[in-house]
Write a protein that binds this ligand. Structure first.
Ligand code: C2O
Ligand code: CU
Length: 550
C-alpha cells in the first residue's frame, strides 16, 4: 500500500542548468517534482501550500475525478488560483486509470517547472498484463529556458508572434551531453543484462512533440495515458506534450558499451528554427565501468524535423489491449455528434496598438476551436458560476455547431469566415450519459502543426482519423470500434482530423484544450459542462468546505 496523503509545498528554488542558476517554481524544492505512487481506484489527498509569490493551481492530468471537478485544477475554469500564502486541500479520486499519468500546474505557464509523474499500479492481487519488470523508471521530458518563464510568457503575449524558444530540452531535468555546462548532471540509468525494465515516459515539455529512442534498443509500448495497449515494438516513439507512454526495455545488448537515449523536437512551428533541440541521457550496463568523458555522442535514430508521416504512422498503430480483464467500452452508437475545428488564426494588427504584431506579415497570432478563441473569465471560475447559478457575465452556453466548411488544403488560406475568430467564453453543455462523438478537424493552413488535444474528466477512444476533410458519410464506416486506443490526449494531424468517442458519465465542468502551451494561450480551448443525472449518485459531489477565493 502507498501513502495516500501528500504535502506539496510550492516555492521558489534556485536551480542551475547551462551554467546559469535561476529561481524556478518547484514542488518541495524538486525539479522535476515528486512522483506520486498509488493503487488503481484509490483516493489521494494532496495538501497544496503556496509559499511562493505567484498564484498557482495544480491539475491531475489523466485522472477522471469522477463527479469531483472541484479538485481538477485549471485556473478560472474549476477554481480560482491558490494565492501566495494560502493553501488548498485537493482530493484526487482515481478510478479506472492504470499506468502512468501526471500532475502539473494549470495556470499561466507555471507548468514549465511544476510537474511530476503519477504512477498507478494495479490493485493488490492483480498484476500487469505483461511480465513483471525488474525495475521501473520515470522518464520525464521537459524544456528549459535560461530566462525566467514568467518573462518569456510576458514577452510572448506582448509580441503577438511566437515565443522565445527554450534553451534546452531535458530528460529527467537534465539537458544532457550536448551541453558541456550541464554534462556532469546527465541522467544515467544503470541496467542489468538480461533484465526487462518499465520506462514510464511523459512529455512535460511546453511546446514540442518529441521523438524519443534508445540506441541499439527497441521500445515495446504497453500503455499510454493510463490505459494498457497491445504490445507494440518500435525503434522510437513520438510523444506529444501531455501524453505518456509505458514502454518495456530489454537489456539485451553488449554490456561492454553504453548507449545514448535521446529526445528531439518534431517541429517547433514554421517560423522558428533552433538547433539545440536534442537532449540526451545514458544507459549503462551495471556489469561495467566506463569513462564517459571523452567518448563521442552516438545518437539513436530519430526522425528528422517535420517528419509527419513518422508521427502519424506511430500514433495510428496503437491499439487498446481490449482483454477480458481490461475491456473497452467504446460507444457503438452515438447520440451527440460534434465537429470542432482547431485553428491557428492571424489577426490583423489593430491601429493604435500598444502591443506589437510579430506574427506572419505583421499580424497577431491567435487560435480557436470552432472559430471561438477562448477567454478564461478573469475573476471567477466556470465551475462555481455554474454550480451556484451565477453564470451571467462569466460564460455563455453557445459553443457553435460546426460551420460546414470543406477546406481546400492546397491554397493555404482559410475561408474568410474562419479567418477572424470571435473572442469569448462559450461552453458546450452535454446531457448526462449521452454518447458523444467529437470530430476534431485541423485547419492549419497557415502555420502547419499538429495539435495534441487533451480532455479533462474523461478518457476517450480514438476511433478514427484521416488527412484532409472529415467526410460524415464515408469516414465513420471505417472506424475502429474493436480495439481503439483509450487516451486523454490525441494528436489532430496537420491538415487532417481525428474522431473520438466517450460516454458523458462524469458530471462536472471539464476543459478541452491543445496541450501546446502557446496554442492554449492563444485560445485553443473550450469547456464541456456535463449535467447531473437523475439519481443522487449521478450528481456533482458537494464542494469542499474551502475553495480558493476569487
Ligand atoms: Cu495536462 Cu489541461 O492539462
Ligand atoms: Cu495546438
Amino acid at each position: 500500500a502507498f501513502a495516500n496523503h501528500y504535502q506539496f509545498i510550492v516555492k521558489e528554488t534556485s536551480i542551475e542548468r547551462l551554467c546559469k542558476s535561476k529561481k524556478i517554481l518547484t514542488v518541495n524544492g524538486k525539479f522535476p517534482g515528486p512522483t506520486i505512487y498509488a493503487n488503481k481506484g484509490s483516493t489521494l489527498i494532496v495538501h497544496v501550500y503556496n509559499k511562493s509569490k505567484y498564484n498557482i493551481t495544480i491539475h491531475w492530468h489523466g485522472v477522471k475525478q469522477p463527479r469531483n471537478p472541484w479538485s481538477d485544477g485549471p485556473e478560472y475554469i474549476t477554481q480560482c488560483p491558490i494565492q501566495p500564502g494560502s493553501q488548498f486541500k485537493q482530493t484526487i479520486i482515481l478510478s479506472d486509470e492504470e499506468g502512468t499519468i501526471w500532475w502539473h500546474a494549470h495556470n499561466k505557464w507555471a507548468r514549465a517547472t511544476v510537474h511530476g509523474a503519477i504512477i498507478v499500479y494495479p490493485n493488490p492481487g492483480h498484476s500487469y498484463p505483461f511480465p513483471k519488470p525488474h525495475a521501473e523508471i520515470p522518464i520525464i521530458l521537459g524544456e528549459w529556458w535560461k530566462d525566467s518563464v514568467v518573462e518569456v510568457l510576458k514577452e510572448f503575449v506582448g509580441s503577438g508572434g511566437q515565443p522565445q524558444t527554450s534553451d534546452a530540452f531535458l530528460i529527467n531535468g537534465q539537458p544532457g551531453d550536448y551541453y558541456p555546462c550541464s554534462k556532469h548532471g546527465t541522467f544515467k540509468l544503470e541496467i542489468k543484462s538480461g533484465k526487462t525494465y518499465l520506462l514510464r515516459i511523459l512529455n512535460a515539455a511546453m511546446h514540442e512533440i518529441l521523438f524519443f529512442a534508445i540506441r541499439n534498443h527497441k521500445l515495446t509500448i504497453v500503455g499510454t495515458d493510463g490505459s494498457y495497449t497491445k504490445p507494440l515494438t518500435r525503434d522510437f516513439i513520438a510523444i506529444s506534450p501531455g501524453q505518456t507512454f509505458d514502454c518495456l526495455l530489454k537489456a539485451n545488448q553488449n554490456p561492454n558499451n553504453f548507449y545514448y537515449m535521446a529526445a528531439r523536437a518534431y517541429t517547433n512551428g514554421t517560423n522558428v528554427q533552433f538547433n539545440n533541440s536534442t537532449t540526451t541521457a545514458i544507459i549503462k550496463y551495471q556489469e561495467n565501468n566506463y569513462n564517459f568523458n571523452n567518448s563521442p555522442i552516438s545518437l539513436p535514430y530519430l526522425p528528422s524535423y517535420y517528419d509527419t508521416p513518422s508521427t502519424i504512422n506511430f500514433s495510428v498503430s496503437l491499439r487498446s489491449l481490449a482483454s477480458k480483464i481490461h475491456p473497452i467500452s467504446v460507444p457503438t452508437k452515438v447520440k451527440t455528434r460534434l465537429v470542432s475545428t482547431v485553428s491557428i488564426n492571424l489577426l490583423p494588427c489593430p491601429k493604435n496598438n500598444t502591443r506589437s504584431c510579430q506574427g506572419p506579415n505583421g499580424t497577431r497570432l491567435s487560435a480557436s476551436m470552432n472559430n471561438i478563441s477562448f477567454l478564461t473569465p478573469p475573476r471567477y471560475n466556470i465551475l462555481e458560476a455554474y454550480y451556484y447559478n451565477r453564470v451571467k457575465g462569466v460564460f455563455g452556453a453557445d459553443f457553435p455547431d460546426f460551420p460546414p466548411y470543406v477546406f481546400n488544403y492546397t491554397d493555404d488560406v482559410l475561408p474568410l469566415e474562419l479567418e477572424l475568430p470571435k473572442f469569448g467564453t462559450q461552453v458546450k453543455v452535454l446531457k448526462y450519459n449521452t454518447t458523444v462523438e467529437l470530430v476534431l478537424q485541423g485547419t492549419n493552413l497557415v502555420t502547419g502543426l499538429d495539435h495534441p488535444m487533451h480532455l479533462h474528466g474523461y478518457n476517450f477512444y480514438v476511433v478514427g482519423w484521416g488527412l484532409g476533410n472529415f467526410d460524415e458519410k464515408y469516414d465513420p464506416k471505417n472506424y475502429n470500434l474493436v480495439d481503439p486506443p483509450r487516451r486523454n490526449n490525441v494528436v489532430v494531424p496537420k491538415n487532417g482530423w481525428v474522431a473520438i468517442r466517450f460516454r458523458a458519465d462524469n458530471p462536472g465542468v471539464w476543459t478541452m484544450h491543445c496541450h501546446i502551451e502557446r496554442h492554449l494561450t492563444w485560445g485553443m480551448q473550450t469547456v464541456f459542462i456535463v449535467k447531473n443525472g437523475h439519481k443522487p449518485e449521478e450528481h456533482i459531489l458537494p464542494p469542499p468546505h474551502y475553495m480558493p477565493p476569487c
